[in-house]
Design a binder for this molecule. Structure first.
Ligand code: PMP
Length: 459
């Protein structure tokens, strides 16, 4: 391959000269130099130095079926040979998009019968907001335009998606973000928000009541939708109590507020079910998916809409002037179909639920007594280990210490890619990880935590 033509150092120099990375402090990166990844197979990635790294993050929560699957390569190749591109704007369609839309309707919660494609999770959320606003306009309620989203939310990086996101640094990344149509509520974050003596169930209902309070404050006649992830990933692996979602769903129905569920990370098996909605018993009006839809082999996302929303757009709306050149891109759709076929034929979600998740949970429980550990939480194959300065009070570390970053560097130097969201260490292993590989992963997590504790003088 072409990458063999250069030494790592040369790649790093060229990288720094021209390539702007997402969410990156380039000045700091110059000091460290990028790791240059060149190959992936199963749960492993290799770099130009020949180092083999366990991918404890499934790329970015997307490579659910692991790297290097020939079935997906074959699907992309066959589709590119047959029909490399097809627009769907002017009364034209193609088999891969039609079959994928049909398949997604079968896999997702009841009533989501219509599918709009684009390439990224951010765009899927943009589509959802535009569909919602158009829906209320066509219903003769144009005043219903405010969107409620949560703290710690991550919904993407375009203007609107960044506005929906509740992570402060994103609001300073450029533009008038958050846009004024977005209003924010606190999230169901047991470790930080639950009063000590309160049972989980009661806290779930309390956290849901924050949505009701906000709807009443803004006026239900002004509120178009509530946007949320089933469990929050980039915001710090925040997992709500089981009582949260049924209460949220009731509140949305009571005030006729549409529920737009962002399943971009939780979809395609992360919770041990096809979608987080099945885990939490949610029936959304719109559902945004991406990432695991193609296991990251090609970029594709979808916004699914219920009959309630789509019928109005279709029957009353005429042309909906919204869409992308690559909406329903043939190769992306063909790869998504092949990806779903792998997940189904290999029983990956059943295996996650029956074998991997119980093992994951048991191994995670071993970290609760670690000297740095504030909280260990997980849903399915997504976990957060929140590191704190004081276990008794939950006091966070001074941000300048960059404890999470240090810990992830300790992991990487030992052969594990895992991520720091602030000082919460995130794990999201691929669904194809074996129990043995999971044990290897946790051995490195332990070593990285111990090394971080020594570095801080807390061992
Ligand atoms: N929603 C959620 C829940 C996400 O985690 C992400 C990406 N991390 C997005 C949306 C945005 O997806 P993309 O980066 O593909 O635009």
């Amino acid at each position: 391959m072409f990458y063999r033509q250069m030494e790592t150092r040369k790649w790093q120099e060229l990288d720094q000269a021209h390539y702007l990375h997402p969410f990156t402090d380039h000045k700091a990166l110059r000091e460290i130099g990028s790791r240059v990844a060149v190959r992936g197979e199963g749960v492993h990635v290799w770099d130009t130095e020949g180092r083999k790294i366990i991918d404890g993050l499934s790329g970015l929560g997307c490579v659910n079926i692991g790297y290097g699957r020939p079935e997906l390569v074959a699907a992309a190749s066959a589709q590119m040979s047959d029909l490399s591109f097809c627009q769907s704007f002017f009364n034209t369609t193609h088999p891969a998009a039609v079959l994928l839309a049909e398949k997604l309707v079968k896999l997702t919660p009841e009533g989501l019968n219509h599918v709009f494609f684009q390439c990224s999770g951010s765009e899927a959320n943009e589509t959802a907001v535009r569909a919602i606003r158009r829906y209320w306009d066509l219903q003769g309620q144009p005043g219903k335009k405010l969107i409620i989203a949560r703290e710690y939310a991550y919904h993407g990086s375009t203007h609107l998606a960044a506005s929906l996101s509740g992570l402060e640094p994103m609001h300073h990344a450029g533009g008038d973000v958050p846009m004024p149509v977005v209003h924010r509520i606190k999230t169901a974050y047991p470790y930080r928000e639950k009063p000590a003596a309160m049972p989980d169930d009661e806290f779930g209902r309390l956290a849901a009541s924050w949505l009701e309070d906000k709807i009443l404050e803004l006026g239900p006649e002004n509120v178009a939708a509530f946007f949320a992830e089933p469990a929050q990933s980039a915001g710090g692996s925040i997992v709500p109590p089981m009582s949260y979602w049924p209460a949220i769903q009731d509140i949305c129905r009571k005030y006729d507020v549409l529920l737009a569920l962002d399943e971009v990370v939780m979809g395609f098996g992360r919770t041990g079910k096809w979608f987080g909605s099945f885990h939490y018993g949610i029936t959304p009006d719109l559902m945004q998916i991406g990432k695991g839809l193609t296991s990251g082999y090609l970029p594709l996302s979808a916004c699914l809409m219920s009959d309630r929303v789509a019928d109005v757009l279709i029957d009353k709306g005429g042309e909906w002037a919204h869409g992308y050149t690559y909406s329903g891109h043939p190769s992306c759709c063909a790869v998504a179909l092949a990806n779903i076929e792998v997940i189904e034929s290999e029983g990956l979600i059943e295996n996650a639920a029956d074998t991997l998740i119980p093992h994951f949970e048991a191994r995670l429980a071993e970290f609760t007594d670690h000297p740095l550990m504030g909280d260990v939480r997980s849903v399915g194959l997504m976990a957060g280990l929140e590191l704190v300065a004081d276990r008794a009070t939950g006091e966070a570390f001074d941000g300048a210490l960059r404890v999470g970053q240090h810990c992830s560097a300790e992991g990487l130097s030992r052969g594990l890619a895992f991520r720091a969201n602030g000082d919460t260490m995130a794990l999201m292993p691929p669904l194809v990880m074996t129990v043995g590989q999971m044990d290897e992963m946790f051995a490195i997590v332990r070593a990285a935590l111990d090394a971080t504790a020594r570095h801080l003088g807390m061992a």
